[in-house]
Write a protein that binds this ligand. Sequence first.
Ligand code: URP
Ligand code: ZN
Ligand code: ZN
Length: 455
Amino acid sequence: MSFDLIIRGGRAILPGGEQVADIGVRDGRIATISDLTNASATTNIDATGKLVLPGCIDPHTHMGIPIRDTWSADDFASGSKAAAFGGTTTILDFTVQKADQSLRSALDERLELAQGKCHVDYGIHVNITDQPHKRLHEIAPLVDAGFNSFKVFTTYKEAGMMLPWPSLAPVLAEIDAADGLLMMHAEEDEIVTQLTARHLDAGHTAPIFHARSRSVDAEAHAIERAALIAGDIGARLYIVHLSSKAGLEAALRARAHGVDILIETCPHYLLLDESCYLRPNGHWWITTPPLRMEEDVDALWRAVENGDIDAIGTDHCPFTVAQKDRYHGAFDKTPNGIPGVENRFPLLYSYGVTTGRISLTRLVELLSTNVARIFGIDHRKGSLAVGQDADIVVWDPAGEMLVSAENQLGNADWTPYEGLTQRGSLTATVLRGQILVHNGQWHGEDSFGDLITTR
Ligand code: URP
Ligand code: ZN
Ligand code: ZN
């Protein structure tokens, strides 16, 4: 028996639980998970004493998107390389729909930016931000073409991105009928607009007023309102980047009433809180929804632990210090978004698994298995099983290091996680059998990433 690659003797996180096993890879797929002591391979990775898990899938990244008067600092090339160094083998990004542009044309533009540049596999969610009523007939053909996830915003009116509430029912009904999934950025714009105006009128432009203007009530109210509509239609709804206890409770109330609601949160809502806005460069942490209070962080961790939260995405949307500093910290002008694509597995392993909060199996569900299932790519991704793409992460649990801007790979020249402790380090990231990263070095064939569509 001969293989292209054998990962030998690691503690593999398999669908049935953890097991010491060898993983044999042939033609980019997992060919066997068994004892391969007597088998040979072109390449071997010794994973003795290390953790072996399915490649992580980030359901929420923004590579090179326009925000306010600038662009997020990573493109598909830089952001995807950073992702690979953090154990992520697939990113799911979003289209940017221009005024009067068809959904298909926006998708084609985005695919063009990713093709031949992305170092990990990628999928694209379709944003519906302009004239939703004119786009309804475009939804089913996109689902048929393998793009089944759509996203709307209940805020960002000033940027022309907001879905007016009366449009939600027809959009959701159309997506549901086509067997697609609606993702929602849930913040009630009216509340945000009023609070923002109140703080600006009072001359309050400091970063903490970002949190005060985008209240937890704004998130909870939007979720409640959307869930009522989803419940009426009987459609599934995916809430992106849930940030607050109040928002969580609104989603769980809807779920208790039978609404099929899925919840995503992000590492920054689990690892950071609004005290970041009081730091000397507090405006760097401006992201939307804002960082919250300790009680929100605790509630989200409990939901991660007990299974109420379905997925964790990064909402990676980095800006450099120069971009963040341009408006001298004014909360209403600073571009919103923070980096994180390379920190998701390392930090959630460190602060979730090694602290005993969650098992490694649960972390794998949140970062890979559930994401693949929710977005319809589980025929290829999301678990260590024979026939799946050989997307594999080997993690050495020994040792620790401090996260610092100096050891980050993305284009942001700072990290929101500066000073946090990472326990363990990445030994290897493998994408479809190709070693991308090994012992801290890039080994990958450049731009090996492929478009992944639903089956
Ligand atoms: O502030 C953020 N999160 N920027 C990216 C766009 C979004 O709302 O996810
Ligand atoms: Zn958002
Ligand atoms: Zn986002």
